[in-house]
Design a protein around this ligand. Structure first.
Ligand code: ADP
Length: 595
């Protein structure tokens, strides 16, 4: 096994990989950009090296700087995670060629062969795997596109060779659209993937996205770990994933798994990988291979018990996979929810900002993969993921119930997140029934529903107080010993919201509230309103027998040269007023007793 592994990535996946290293006794090295000096993956690693400025192109994509960090650290392996350099065959080759460093992934040749989508389609066809009908050679003219339109019928998809995540893909609905779609697919291919080569395939109207997790070692074992269903997508981006797929029966499951195995065997592939398919009307078609670990790998881990990252490391170190295909058993059901800093009510626009509150759920069957902690900033430089919530249960039905429980307890404040969207999906009949296609979210879930979900379940309003502590307009009060959560419509005055005895005496005097808002600081303890600071009673405003509805000023206390209103936290009848004007009181002394 390796001695020290450098993770050329950031965020949750970097931490996930380092966790696997730790369990294998492998030392960990992080790389980070200027924007990530105090990021979670840096805190987690044994050692860390700065590889450049915030812009990914100058840091996490800076091959030379990463190799140099590996050299300085004396790392003997590099794991690329997903995104950034993970599917860059040139970088894999550079690592392979570097003295004493192993690339944790498939060989650069296998990456190259499968990374270009047309070569991959040819390989799959050679292995007798059905591919989406279309070309296996690049297409260059609009006339060619129109000829294919005649042959397969519209719509068609023009896809960038190097594309992914829906980028570099253009849909052509009629012969007239061919020219424009072709040039814009080329442009995107060039801009995002530095490859303007494109090809054409039939665009399926309502498919399911089903993908198979593969693990292959250097000793001839190729395993599939069953499939994941990633049909819940927004604009071709996955947002909820699950295993197994509710769209497959056992025969189709077996067929797809075996097809994926045949395909990667043909390519001489090793390490972990994912073969993606579209499934429509009981037929399946190969779409592409992702030659790396994927965001959604945990759902497979949860239903198979196989630690995919650990096996990636073992395979890269030349070890044999510890199981054979017959040992792979799918048990129960798992769902993964991407918790992103995005506002579902605003077209899922990213919402960078500080995580004023971050309190993820736990309990039976709940797993959180993350790298952030409360107070961290979600920057605008990288993707918007906060965490992945992975939920496991014996059946899909129970997994949905458990997910509802976990999402309800997932507390985030400061930035809007995808949590309200997920909670909405758990009430959505089509999703609950497992009948959604890749088009469902874009075509059937309307903006009003999303807006209502955010209103109902969105992050609480948070302002960051001058001293940096976050305050919300939610308070909890106790009335007759029972606790109530109360939302104050117009927010709380800042000093009051802090409910912090250190502040309550008026140390926040800078806000000019010398006589009034300076300290509505007392809360009820059982039936008595008590002093929250040492001071002098300036006035007593209530007398025994008086009925209060809550919110009245019962007395005013002077402390640290500030006048502080003491407010009745709840309604009741005044039973006793143990203090009088001019009295000195200590913290905790009863001021007014309510019945
Ligand atoms: P990736 O799987 O890397 O995100 P793709 O861009 O190949 O990349 O595909 C993303 C999504 O686009 C798929 O999950 C699917 O929803 C949609 N898609 C791709 N090709 C087709 C097609 N031929 N017909 C219908 N939908 C497609």
């Amino acid at each position: 096994m390796f001695e020290k592994l450098l993770v050329a990535n950031r965020g949750e996946i970097a931490v996930r990989i380092m966790q696997a290293c730790e369990e294998l006794g492998v030392g960990t090295v992080a790389v980070y950009s200027d924007a990530d000096r105090d990021a979670g993956h840096v805190r987690y690693a044994d050692e860390a090296y700065n590889v450049g400025p915030a812009a990914a192109s100058q840091s996490y994509l800076n091959q030379e700087a990463i190799l140099e960090a590996a050299d300085r650290a004396g790392a003997d392996a590099i794991h690329p995670g997903y995104g950034f350099l993970a599917e860059n065959a040139d970088f894999a080759r550079a690592v392979e060629q570097a003295e004493g460093i192993t690339w944790v992934g498939p060989s650069s040749e296998a990456m190259q062969a499968l990374g270009e989508k047309t070569t991959a389609r040819k390989l799959m066809q050679a292995a007798d795997v059905p591919v989406v009908p279309g070309t296996t050679d690049p297409v260059t003219s609009a006339d060619e596109v129109r000829e294919l339109g005649e042959e397969y019928g519209y719509p068609l998809a023009i896809k960038a060779e190097g594309g992914g995540g829906g980028r570099g893909m253009k849909i052509v609905r009629s012969a007239e659209e061919a020219g424009d779609a072709l040039s814009s697919a080329k442009r995107e291919g060039k801009a995002y993937f530095d490859n303007e080569s494109v090809y054409v395939e039939k665009y399926l109207e309502a498919p399911r996205h089903v993908e198979v997790q593969i693990l292959a070692d250097e000793h001839g074992t190729v395993l599939h770990l069953g499939e994941r269903d990633c049909s819940l997508q927004r604009r071709h981006q996955k947002i909820v994933e699950e295993a197994p797929s509710p769209a497959l029966d056992d025969d189709l499951r077996e067929e797809i798994g075996e097809a994926a195995r045949r395909g990667v065997r043909e390519a001489g592939y090793t390490n972990a990988g994912t073969v993606e398919f579209l499934v429509e009307d009981g037929d399946f078609y190969f779409m592409e291979v992702n030659t790396r670990i994927q965001v959604e790998h945990p759902v497979t881990e949860e239903v198979t018990g196989v630690d995919v990252v650990r096996e990636q490391l073992r395979v890269a170190a030349g070890e044999e996979l510890p199981i054979s295909q017959e040992d792979v058993e799918i048990e129960g059901h798992a769902l993964e929810f991407r918790i992103n800093a995005e506002n579902p009510a605003d077209g899922f626009a990213p919402t960078p900002g500080p995580l004023a509150r971050y309190d993820p759920p736990g309990g039976f069957g709940v797993r959180i993969d993350d790298a952030l902690r409360q107070g961290d900033e979600i920057g605008g430089d990288y993707d918007s993921m906060i965490a992945k919530l992975i939920v496991r249960a014996p059946t899909r039905e129970r997994c949905l119930e458990r997910s509802a429980r976990a999402l309800k307890a997932f507390e985030v404040a400061g930035v809007e997140t995808t949590i309200p969207f997920h909670r909405l999906m758990l009430t959505d009949e089509t999703f609950r029934a497992g009948e959604h296609t890749t088009k469902y979210l874009d075509e059937e879930v309307d903006d009003d529903e999303l807006r209502e979900a955010v209103e109902r379940w969105g992050s609480p309003d948070v302002e960051t107080a001058a001293d940096g502590t976050a305050t919300t307009n939610e308070v909890s009060v106790e009335v007759d010993g029972r606790r109530y959560e109360v939302v104050v419509e117009d927010g709380l005055p800042r000093a009051a919201a802090g409910a912090d005895p250190a502040n309550a005496g008026g140390t926040t005097g800078g806000n000019g509230a010398a006589s009034n808002a300076g300290g509505a600081t007392q809360v009820a303890a059982g039936d008595a309103v008590t002093a929250e600071m040492q001071g002098t009673v300036l006035s007593v405003n209530v007398s025994p027998g008086e009925d209060l509805s809550g919110g009245e000023v019962v007395c005013v206390i002077e402390a640290m040269k500030m006048e502080n209103d003491v407010i009745a936290p709840a309604g009741g009848t005044v039973a006793e007023v143990p203090v009088a004007e001019g009295d000195a009181v200590d913290m905790g002394d009863p001021l007014v007793v309510l019945e």
